[in-house]
Design a protein around this ligand. Structure first.
Ligand code: IPD
Ligand code: CA
Ligand code: CA
Length: 258
């Protein structure tokens, strides 16, 4: 099977998971994994649906899901990296900016991903070498540059403290960017960079399931991904800078790695 065919199955799983999230809306209960780090029954139900569908089709594939589900990759060396609900805090508050994120790794390299926004019925997808799409139509990153013409998003970990590095980085960029936001869904931020709706995003607190699908999609849409000091991204380290691939990348490296 090709990467494109695997990604088509992931889209099916993401849609099923999105239906589950919408079905749970308004009747879930909320627990805290840590201060301000929320989880609901919907997170778990979504992950179960994704795992069951992918495992039934590809029993030899590994799985790494945020909600405590992990299975090593078998002979084919494929592994799905899944956030069944990215943006749980938004979901809980009915702020419509959350998504299902499913990335695919082959021999530890990202080869595909899907991010599904059930509120808008938007499916962002990419397979390595086949380009990135939104609901089947090709997408590309924006050309906005330099930074004073760009819209960027900063990310803070749950329960961030006032004097922490993420806040200091935010303050450094603040006077240089045209617009700066905090959104609550890393996966959708990456999907929005891939589709030209956002120009840059950085974080020092993400996990592989927040980034895997989005990184695969952004790379196919002409964007650039690195650590905040410009070194190559390591999916397993919490250090990400993603942009539309213009000169704003180096501008942000200069500000964020000072
Ligand atoms: C969170 C979101 C948020 C980021 C947090 C993540 P969750 O994921 O991606 O944007 O700032 O660090 O934990 O908990 O909603 O899946
Ligand atoms: Ca997440
Ligand atoms: Ca999550």
């Amino acid at each position: 099977m090709s990467f494109v065919e695997f990604v088509a199955v992931a889209q099916e799983a993401a849609r099923a998971a999105g239906r589950i999230l919408q079905d749970w809306a308004g009747r879930f209960t909320v627990s805290e994994k840590g201060p301000a780090d929320l989880v609901t029954e919907a997170d778990v139900a979504s992950q179960t649906a994704i795992f069951e569908l992918l495992h039934a089709k590809f029993p030899e594939h590994g799985f790494l899901g945020e909600e405590g589900l992990s299975q090593p990759a078998g002979a084919g060396e494929f592994r799905w990296i899944v956030d069944p609900l990215d943006g749980t805090s938004n979901y809980v508050h009915r702020f419509p900016y959350y998504a299902v994120s499913i990335g695919l790794e082959h021999r530890r390299e990202l080869v595909g991903g899907v991010i599904y926004d059930p509120t808008r019925d938007e499916m962002f997808a990419a397979a390595r070498g086949a380009g990135a799409t939104l609901n089947g139509q090709p997408i590309q990153c924006s050309c906005f540059a330099p930074l004073n013409k760009a819209m960027v998003i900063a990310s803070f970990p749950p329960g961030v403290s006032p004097n922490s590095e993420p806040i200091q980085r935010f303050l450094k960029v603040l006077p240089h960017a045209q617009t700066i936001h905090r959104s609550g869904s890393a996966a959708l931020n990456l999907a929005y960079i891939a589709s030209g709706r956002l120009d840059g995003f950085w974080s020092s607190s993400l996990k592989p399931w927040d980034v895997a699908a989005g990184a695969a999609i952004v790379m196919e849409a002409g964007g650039r991904i690195s650590r905040m000091d410009g070194e190559p991204l390591d999916l397993y380290l919490p250090d990400l800078l993603c942009t539309n691939g213009t000169g704003i990348h180096d501008e942000l490296v200069g500000l964020l790695s000072q």
